[in-house]
Design a binder for this molecule. Structure first.
Ligand SMILES: [Zn+2]
Ligand SMILES: [Zn+2]
Length: 163
């Protein structure tokens, strides 16, 4: 059966498809495999303008390939998080993709700016901020192994329209 290697029908934009290819290469370099479902889950997250919740994902997968078992989708999400290809925003219980600018790191320091007005999420990767947190924690004898900062506010676009 050639089913394993046949590309799944995806219908992603060229931009998303290019990011997926890049993610696949990153996985290969680490000896991991971006299987069909993982690739599709990542594609749906990358294609979305706003953070995607697990329920939305299941819904969109169902439209594309029929009912998907939630546990398999959750496992795919775990894999993508381990590979540093998506981040989970706890505040929104939703996922955002992380392939384009800095797909290099497992669990790189990340800060997210969440607009309360339009829901847009901007990711920063500010190492000064990350180190400031690590140093502050060190002062109280705490070793930081991972830190995702989520800040709420108003994005530049919304600030301009309400000004
Ligand atoms: Zn990131
Ligand atoms: Zn906004």
């Amino acid at each position: 059966m050639a089913g394993e290697t046949a590309p799944a029908r995806e219908d992603f934009s060229p931009r998303t498809a290019a990011l997926l290819d890049r993610a696949e290469t990153l996985c290969e370099q680490r000896g991991a495999r971006l299987t069909g479902l993982r690739r599709q889950v990542l594609g749906l997250i990358l294609e979305s303008d706003s953070p995607t919740g697990a329920y939305d994902l299941l819904e969109r997968l169902r439209e594309r390939r029929g009912p998907a078992a939630p546990p398999t989708v959750y496992r795919a999400l775990d894999f993508l998080r381990e590979q540093g290809l998506v981040h989970r925003l706890e505040r929104l219980a939703a996922f955002v993709g992380c392939v384009e600018e800095h797909g290099h790191g497992h669990g790189h320091p990340a800060q997210f700016l969440i607009c309360r007005t339009c829901g847009k999420v901007t990711e920063l990767e500010d190492h000064h901020l990350a180190h400031a947190l690590i140093d502050a924690a060190k002062h109280v004898g705490f070793t930081v192994t991972g830190a995702t900062v989520e800040a709420e506010g108003t994005c530049a676009g919304c600030a301009a329209t309400t000004a």
